[in-house]
Design a protein around this ligand. Sequence first.
Ligand code: E4P
Length: 218
Amino acid sequence: MKFFVDTASLDQIKEAHDLGILDGVTTNPSLMAKEGISGEANVMKHYKDICEIVSGDVSAEVISTDFAGMVEEGKRLAGIAPNIVVKVPMIKDGVKAMSYFTEQGIKTNCTLVFSAGQAILAAKAGATYLSPFVGRVDDINWDGISLIREIAELYAIQQFETEILAASIRNSKHIVDAGLAGADIITCPLSSMLGLLKHPLTDIGLAKFLADHKKANS
Ligand code: E4P
């Protein structure tokens, strides 16, 4: 399983990177806005800064929604660094753009995926990554983890090479469940990643070890 951090915060990306377990980064326009990044030049510079921290793949999302715009924008984004992946929405022109980028050897991440049918289209277009949104499916009282399981089964049967990147991960349990459901990659906020550390028996055990050591050495 690969681990991506889902943020545009340079501090959080550095913190995740310093753990030594980070394989990549995903961003989206909302996450960029949250960091106050706006304007073409600043956006480009911010992606460059992220790519200087991590050597793994960094998803940069297009804003355009038409084929020509996505191609033009995607080429500019891909030119920032060799590890940039162009993130493209699951819409008709997006499928066309992903097919184009695949032919050009440019990596893509198909975003806003909510069904196995959409996952077929993305795989046929040669998407490098597929981002089914687990949390947003759960938000409408459907089952995001079942969606991951369904796509994983479908991709295995059809031998599609597109990697399943479970996105919209909201908590640490989602990470474990998405892994069990067959996701190749999990992208999540740093808080969910750090949440995996937590277990009361670890804290109790460590406190006891340290207390025993102190007693023996006093
Ligand atoms: C990442 O690729 C997605 O854009 C992100 O995980 C969406 O998460 P959200 O549903 O919490 O906004």
